[in-house]
Ligand binder design. Structure first.
Ligand SMILES: [Zn+2]
Length: 368
């Protein structure tokens, strides 16, 4: 259902073409930087809604740029599916936020243009930022390889940390995020990123007057291969989680995040600054449910030597062309968006089912 090696430009043209064909209202948010081919980058918004619509289904793709290949595929396919069924009628508004981190999608990176993990960036930056002393002890690992001569030292440090903490705890410390090292992993930034302020502006514009909404943030890379996992992620219980449980029953995983939290879902429960939490906070007072779909790809026994790791060092070295660059980009795309046609079909079908349940639930509300 999509080329083995798609590009940002291809995703964008397919999305816009479908949106126009089906009569969407469109808006385009231009990113300040360009993609690897010098192409301009945009977050595009497609809206299908009747005037005065107060119930909304929201799909956001590409929070982690390279994961947007999956998210975009689903957004475009869902427009086509609803149109074919005669259901793109706007009774429940459909708000499609296409590639909220377009720089990351175009460059096939999980992070944004400032090496920020957007799912650590939705914080109140006027307050003290979270501390992660555990990360301080291992940050050196993520800068050493900038020079090849440091390889053996990095190997030794990594092995000693694995022995000291164990792989699971090491990954928990990493995944919790950090706010001191712009050249490190899981960096949360020191101010709201372009994608953060852009998403907030889109939500403020379309959802300020809504009564009911269900929103999906679309991800890949954690969990078992070909298994789309449905999650509600928040710092604490909120009313919309009850709707999620009612709509999805045992399909739903609930992850409550906090400094000492853990989860076996493959995502980090210790992190703060999730898009999900920002949406929940913004939509307070409305009947709102925020969901995450996380589609498992390859199991990653350790981060060292992984596609993500190699991509981190590629950009740290500023090696943005050549055969190593090409290979690393092929690897990271494959990790987050496998070329396997069965994988792509399964994640789409399962995602569509989850979207449909939300849409049907929203439609039924207020129709006693
Ligand atoms: Zn993700």
């Amino acid at each position: 259902m999509m080329d083995a090696q798609p590009s940002y430009t291809l995703l964008r043209s397919r999305f816009l073409e479908a949106a126009q064909r089906h009569g969407a209202q469109l808006e385009h948010h231009k990113h300040p930087l360009q993609g690897p081919q010098g192409e301009d980058l945009y977050t595009d918004v497609a809206v299908f809604a009747r005037p005065g619509t107060r119930k909304w289904l929201v799909l956001v793709s590409g929070t982690h740029g390279v994961e947007g290949y999956y998210g975009s595929m689903c957004q475009t396919a869902y427009m086509d599916t609803l149109a074919a069924a005669g259901r793109l009628d706007g009774e429940v508004g459909l708000l499609l936020v296409h590639l909220i981190n377009p720089w990351g999608t175009a460059w096939k990176r999980r992070t944004n243009e400032d090496n920020i993990d957007l799912n650590r960036n939705y914080l109140d930056f006027s307050r003290p930022l979270p501390q992660n002393p555990g990360y301080e002890a291992i940050h050196e690992l993520f800068t050493l390889r900038a020079g090849q001569e440091d390889d053996s030292r990095a190997d030794a440090l990594w092995e000693s940390k694995v022995r000291e903490l164990g792989r699971t705890q090491l990954m928990n410390v990493l995944g919790a995020g950090q706010y001191l090292h712009a050249d490190g992993l899981y960096f949360g930034g020191v101010q709201p990123a372009w994608s953060n302020t852009t998403l907030r502006a889109i939500v403020a514009k379309y959802l300020a007057d809504c009564s009911d909404a269900v929103s999906f943030d679309l991800h890949t890379g954690a969990g078992e291969y070909g298994h789309p996992m449905l999650m509600a992620i928040a710092e604490r219980e909120y009313p919309g989680m009850e709707d999620a449980r009612r709509i999805y029953g045992p399909w739903l995983y609930t992850v409550l995040t906090g400094a000492s939290s853990t989860t076996d879902t493959g995502i980090s429960a210790a992190a703060t600054g999730y898009t999900s939490q920002a949406m929940v906070d913004t939509m307070q007072g409305k009947r709102f449910t925020q969901l995450v779909i996380e589609c498992g790809t390859y199991t990653n026994p350790q981060i060292r030597g992984s596609a993500l790791w190699n991509d981190h060092f590629l950009h740290l070295r500023g090696e943005l062309q050549g055969p190593v660059y090409e290979q690393v980009k092929r690897d990271i795309l494959e990790f987050f968006f496998p070329a396997d046609a069965d994988w792509r079909e399964v994640v789409w079908v399962r995602s569509r089912q989850m979207f449909d349940r939300a849409l049907n639930d929203l439609l039924a509300r207020g129709q006693a």
